[in-house]
Design a protein around this ligand. Structure first.
Ligand code: UGA
Length: 432
């Protein structure tokens, strides 16, 4: 089957990798000429484990190619995935203009029947708008569907080959059959529904994941006030199969390009429907408050009343990416925390295994270290922001010797409190 993929970001490239690996002829299109040139040369513009191998193998096998030409991509494609971005606008609502532009370009170049599939997270109701727009620009027969994406950055390829569910949103039987056939080699339960329900499954899923995280963070505050341990509380809760243990890690809250954007979009879209989504507003507020609470914890650990002038205080920051196994710093807690610390006059030395290059574009003037040990050298405190596996393996004796004061403030609870006390650290986590 020939498949066109519009947009070569995380979702587009991963979709391209999966469907070409499954033997389809896939062509990826993007308006960004530079990106397409790099992809043609075999360069992958994002860091995502195993993605480069899949793209390389399938390009060499002649099943995968990239172009800036909608004409070449759309010609003969039976399924066209729209995977372009839907960035947040200032009112929180998603900007659908990239989807609308992509659909218009596809329509103008359509020469035979195709199923157009929205993979991007997009406002509920965009289906009708797209139908009208496409019909205006083509005389060809087409159907519209929504197949939302549930992949996580860092495990995008693995998630796409092993999805929990495949949502196929269309009321048209022909389109449904084509999409069921296309997804046949993949595991996961099929959810067949209309376009709006498919779109809502995506928003509701991300909202629920964010709710679990903020719930854990709210319980962490209660734990700190009572002396309980949030790790144990969440373990005890998560064993209940009705609750489930994932996404109950208290910490610095959710970041990244998806959850924060989708939560504010969902709040704004609900408000348009005359529904005040107070639950989600609280989820968002708890998430935002985590940052200031953490910075106060750092300043308190140093013996200052917050807010206080941290002039001359050196703080080692471990972890810049919004989560481990990615170089992505979009909406990363690290950026807000570093900003607040710099505003208080602190001096920052940061280390991250993958995200330093991206962070240098935001903070060109802070120091960057080669490893955790040199970051810790002569620092008044060490702060853990991202739970990279290598931080769990650190030689803590060496870290303690390098630090000016043996203070660790851990935003991800990666160590055991008692062990850290035994090693001579003043160790503060979140709700432990
Ligand atoms: C998220 C969803 O998990 C995917 O299913 C979805 O497809 C994607 O958004 C999207 O909408 O495209 P992602 O943003 O890659 O994926 O990252 P997650 O692994 O979900 O982590 C999100 C944030 O929550 C991270 O900042 C992470 O540190 C934080 N988190 C996660 C916690 O603070 N506690 C937890 O227990 C779990």
């Amino acid at each position: 089957m020939k498949i066109a993929i519009i947009g070569t970001g995380y979702v587009g490239l991963t979709t391209a990798a999966v469907f070409s690996e499954l033997g389809n002829e896939v062509i990826g299109v993007d308006i960004d000429q530079d990106k397409i040139e790099r992809l043609k040369k075999g360069e992958v513009p994002i860091f995502e484990p195993t993605l480069a191998e899949y793209l390389d193998r399938n390009s060499k096998a002649g099943r995968l190619s990239f172009t800036t030409s909608y004409k070449d991509a759309v010609d003969g494609a039976e399924v066209i995935f729209i995977c372009v971005g839907t960035p947040s606008q200032s009112d929180g609502k998603p900007d659908s203009s990239f989807i609308l532009n992509a659909a218009e370009e596809v329509a103008k170049n359509l020469k035979s029947y195709a199923v157009m599939v929205i993979k991007s997270t997009s406002p509920i109701g965009i289906g009708q708008q797209l139908n009208d727009l496409i019909a205006k620009h083509t005389k060809e027969d087409f159907d519209l569907a929504a197949c939302p994406e549930f992949l996580r950055e860092g495990t995008a390829v693995e998630d796409s080959f092993n999805p929990d569910r495949i949502v196929i949103g269309t009321k048209n039987k022909k389109a449904e059959k084509i999409l069921l056939d296309l997804h046949k080699p993949l595991p996961g339960e099929r959810v067949l529904c209309d376009i709006k329900s498919a779109q809502l499954i995506k928003y509701a899923s991300n909202a629920f994941l964010a709710t679990k995280i903020s719930f854990a963070n709210a319980i962490a505050i209660i734990c700190e006030k009572t002396g309980a341990n949030v790790k144990k509380v969440m373990q005890g809760m998560g064993i209940d199969s009705r609750i489930g243990s994932s996404f109950l890690n208290a910490g610095l809250g959710y970041g990244g390009s998806c959850l924060p954007k989708d939560i504010s979009a969902f709040i704004a879209l609900s408000s348009d429907l005359d529904y005040d989504f107070n639950l989600l507003k609280s989820v968002e507020k708890i998430n935002n408050d985590q940052i200031q609470n953490f910075v106060s914890k750092i300043t308190n650990s140093l013996g200052f009343e917050s807010p206080k002038n941290l002039k001359g205080v050196k703080i080692a920051v471990l972890g810049l990416a919004f989560k481990p196994n990615t170089d992505d710093i979009r909406e990363a807690p690290s950026l807000k925390i570093i900003r607040l610390l710099l505003d208080s006059g602190a001096q920052i030395t940061a280390y991250d295994p993958k995200a330093m290059e991206n962070t240098k574009k935001v903070f060109p003037n802070i120091e960057y270290a080669k490893n955790p040990y040199s970051a810790a050298t002569d620092a008044n405190a060490l702060v853990i922001i991202t739970e990279w596996p290598e931080f769990r393996e650190m030689d803590l004796e060496k870290i303690r010797k390098n630090l000016k004061k043996p203070i660790i403030v851990d935003g991800r609870n990666i160590f055991e409190k008692n062990r850290m006390a035994e090693l001579g650290f003043k160790y503060l986590g979140i709700g432990i």
